[in-house]
Design a protein around this ligand. Structure first.
Ligand code: FAD
Length: 318
């Protein structure tokens, strides 16, 4: 079932969903089962699986020169989605990224997903390569998420890259896109960022999934601004627990989000990360409760190695 169908079927009751990263290469699917098993009692209607581009590395050859190689540390998004779907009988949402992929490679991934009966994707630009300061598209790929979104929507119409005419092999993907309550870091200002988000929705995005945030007011304001801009699709909040003191500086640097003063001060008083985790858990619980009261369609948790903490939070909500 599509994400939007799950939301519709729930009839206003907030759903609970999760997001996982593919394990580092070489690990087995059992490591994911171990991670997800404690959370499956909440019957998530869907689980997102992130996509990670290959990184350019330089390998020293015997003659002393260096060979450039592409290394993918977390491969397998499509396969993991298929495996989780059959193991848990749950819908899965693979993230698709522009970075590092040609349009033809994207089409192949979409054809695979279609064969597998996976009809949800989250269309993203993807992070810049670690070796680049800004995002550089693949020479035969897309620069922005909107272009990837349009490729998926074209397939839904039976339009494939090398076909001259529309054909009957139409896909039926439900496509989500990313939104940033605290603005995407490369946007000149929130208004321009909103215009780009509106363009993605006008191009057919079925829902928006947000970047994590720790201040619900930022999400409430974002939803208000989206609605004022004429965006009517569901806006799913992304939530993550703060669990280490180091994250006070790491999360703002990597994700370009603020950590509220009240939370920061509490964390700064902590003697160890165990204490931070307790504060992060209480904060996430409070955030979740307020978001339920606000009427969010889904609470989407980035599980990131903390399934038991998230389980405790959700147990106190349902
Ligand atoms: P876009 O929508 O393309 O926007 C990128 C920037 O370009 C923004 O500043 C936007 O305002 C601007 N822009 C948009 N359209 C245009 C246009 N037509 N002309 C000029 N500027 C434009 N990264 C990964 O690598 N893998 C993942 O699995 C992953 N999952 C994510 C999940 C969520 C929910 C979120 C919020 C982010 C995720 N990311 C992931 C990170 C994301 O790919 C980066 O934040 C990336 O920098 C932007 O992605 P986007 O899809 O929002 O890009």
């Amino acid at each position: 079932m599509k994400v939007t169908e799950h939301i519709e079927k729930a009839g206003g009751k907030p759903l609970i969903s999760f997001e996982i990263l593919p394990p580092l290469k070489g690990k087995s699917i059992q490591s994911l089962h171990k991670h997800l098993d404690p959370l499956m009692e909440f019957k998530p209607p869907f689980i997102n699986v992130t996509y990670h581009r290959a990184e350019t590395m330089y390998k020293k050859k015997q003659d002393g020169s260096f060979q450039q190689i592409e290394v993918r540390k977390r491969p397998g998004t499509v396969a993991i989605c298929a495996a989780l779907r059959s193991h848990y009988n749950v819908d899965t949402v693979p993230h698709l990224i522009c970075g590092g992929f040609s349009k033809h490679e994207t089409e192949s991934a979409l054809i695979d997903l279609n064969y597998l009966g996976i009809n949800n994707v989250l269309a993203l630009q993807g992070d810049a390569a670690k070796s680049d300061t800004t995002f550089e598209p693949h020479p035969q790929g897309h620069r922005n998420a909107i272009d990837l979104l349009k490729q998926v929507k074209d397939m839904n119409l039976g339009l494939y890259l090398d076909d001259e005419v529309q054909n009957d092999n139409k896909s039926d993907f439900c496509v989500g896109v990313a939104g940033y309550p605290e603005k995407h870091f490369e946007s000149p200002n929130p208004e321009i960022d909103m215009q780009h988000l509106k363009a993605k929705v006008d191009a057919g995005a079925d829902y928006i999934m947000t970047q994590m945030f720790f201040d619900n007011e930022k999400y409430f304001d974002f939803v208000k601004r989206c609605r004022e801009a004429g965006i009517t699709v569901p806006i799913i909040p992304g939530l993550k627990p703060l669990t280490t003191r180091k994250q006070l500086s790491v999360l703002p640097r990597i994700f370009h989000i603020d950590i509220p003063t009240e939370l920061s001060l509490e964390v700064m008083k902590c003697k160890n990360d165990g204490d931070v985790e307790a504060i992060g858990e209480a904060w996430l619980k409070q955030q979740s409760k307020e978001l339920i009261d606000f009427g969010v369609p889904v609470l989407h948790y980035y599980t990131l190695g903390k399934p038991l903490l998230i389980k405790r939070v959700i147990s106190q909500l349902v």
